[in-house]
Design a binder for this molecule. Structure first.
Ligand code: GLU
Length: 448
């Protein structure tokens, strides 16, 4: 018997990978790697209408971007034969029963229970259908959906995040496992796969807590070992409401496009909601080493995009040129060298800002010149090349002496002339990056 930890992340490819799913994915993966386990990526694509290959690709891209990998991958779509075999078995055991209610009838039942302040639990009316009644529905061409018959007994588990959790079978509706068209639904496929792939731990969002209660009875029905569960609370926004599209670009693809460093996402997601402090990590191996699932609490973690950007800035400010070279090239900055990087690094909040500094140095730049004479005077006073780190000081000292200008009166017009902007990197370094030719051109600039 081996005790290898086996965990899966099971996204449905029905949309872009959102920061909330990414968090579940990452925590699941960190747990697996921290325990030297095996990680399965399972694509839950039984919903044929909503599942799209482009989303599956985006999910994989997103996971790879944040540094995750997987030992195995499976798609539920490819496993229909296995599900059908298990369905037959469950039917033989009397754990699946056909139901002929239409969605409208079910909705009416729900509303009627709710209006009487009763929980909207399915009343199992279909369980008392006689064989004749079923035959008559079939003869009319009605197609049944199938429900799993729960045992009305206590269901308990010790959740790694929530602690002891208790349900009673009678508090739950018998879950629908098979649609009218005969296709199996999430609960069934998920449990069958969790068994077949030998999952030891199931880590997922707390929106699945009541599903887990049903799943535990399904594991039992199949005579399988019940895995250990951990349900993570879902992220909320800063004010405590549900995260939604309203909160801007929160898919991994968008965050990547925004120029965020994947380690900023990893650093925040690996610690948010845990009692460990949030700190910038430079590589994912260190995150694995310090990961501890028991530090996660069931309180709702608040996601703050500004915090993500602050972490991103800290991480960027520590990256060496070698670490960032390829990514700069991806942004079209393949000509940038280490010296340039060091000069702009303290001034960038995200990597894409580097593009702007490259443009400021190499052009095109439209200088802002309010006092042409001053600019020309300053040009005359430029020290001879080659320039070095003292050039800026020498130059501005000379300009100050000649023109009598100081402080903002001195520096702002120089900055505006050289960069066309009134803020930005240390001019001492920028001067060297712009170079003599461009500096002169910009100081002599006159519109039209
Ligand atoms: N496809 C399900 C989801 O995305 C998987 C849940 C699970 O981990 O079992 O919510």
């Amino acid at each position: 018997m081996n005790n290898e930890v086996k965990v899966r992340f099971a996204p449905s490819p029905t949309g872009m990978m959102h920061i909330g799913n990414a968090r579940t994915a990452l925590i699941t993966w960190l747990f697996t790697r921290a325990n030297n386990g095996r990680f399965l990526l399972r694509i839950d694509d039984t919903d044929q209408e909503r599942s799209k290959q482009e989303y599956e690709i985006a999910i994989e891209e997103g996971l790879t971007w944040i540094g995750m990998d997987w030992d195995e991958k499976t798609r539920q779509k490819d496993r229909m034969d296995i599900y059908n075999e298990k369905i037959e078995w469950l039917k033989e055991q009397g754990r699946l029963y056909p139901c002929y209610e239409t969605p409208e009838e079910l909705d009416l039942k729900r509303k009627s229970l709710l209006s009487r302040k009763l929980p909207p639990i399915y009343d199992r009316e279909a369980l008392s259908l006689t064989d004749e009644q079923k035959a008559s529905f079939d003869a009319q061409g009605s197609k049944p959906h199938w429900r799993f018959k729960l045992e009305h007994e206590p269901i308990e588990w010790n959740d790694l995040v929530r602690g002891p959790v208790k349900f009673r079978g009678s508090d739950l509706s018998d879950p629908v496992l098979i649609r009218e068209d005969g296709t199996p639904l999430y609960h069934l496929c998920s449990v069958i796969d969790d068994i077949e792939y030998g999952m030891t731990h199931i880590i997922r969002g707390e929106d699945h807590v009541s599903n887990t209660a049903c799943h535990i009875q399904m594991f039992k029905a199949f005579g399988a070992q019940i895995p250990t569960f951990a349900h993570l609370p879902l992220l909320s926004d800063k004010e405590g409401s549900k995260l939604s599209k309203r909160h801007g670009s929160l898919s991994l693809r968008d965050l990547r496009k925004e120029g965020l460093d994947p380690m900023a996402v990893v650093s925040l997601m690996a610690r948010l909601g845990s009692s460990d402090p949030i700190e910038p990590f430079a590589n994912i191996e260190d995150v694995v080493k310090s990961f501890d699932l028991s530090k996660f609490s069931r309180a709702t973690p608040k996601f703050d995009l500004d915090e993500l950007y602050r972490l991103n800035t800290k991480i960027l400010h520590n990256l060496s040129f070698t670490e960032v070279k390829d990514r700069l090239a991806e942004l079209g900055l393949d000509k940038m060298d280490g010296e340039f990087w060091l000069a702009i690094q303290p001034n960038i909040k995200r990597l894409t800002d580097a593009k702007e500094w490259w443009r400021v140095a190499k052009g095109p730049v439209t200088p802002i010149i309010e006092d042409r004479n001053f600019a020309l005077q300053a040009m005359e006073l430029l020290p001879a090349t080659p320039w070095d780190e003292n050039t800026w000081q020498e130059w501005t000292k000379a300009v100050k002496e000649q023109t009598g200008r100081k402080g903002k009166q001195l520096f702002m017009p120089l900055r505006q002339a050289l960069t066309g902007m009134d803020h930005g990197p240390e001019l001492g370094q920028l001067l060297l990056l712009i170079g003599e030719e461009n500096v002169k051109k910009r100081l002599q600039y006159s519109p039209e």
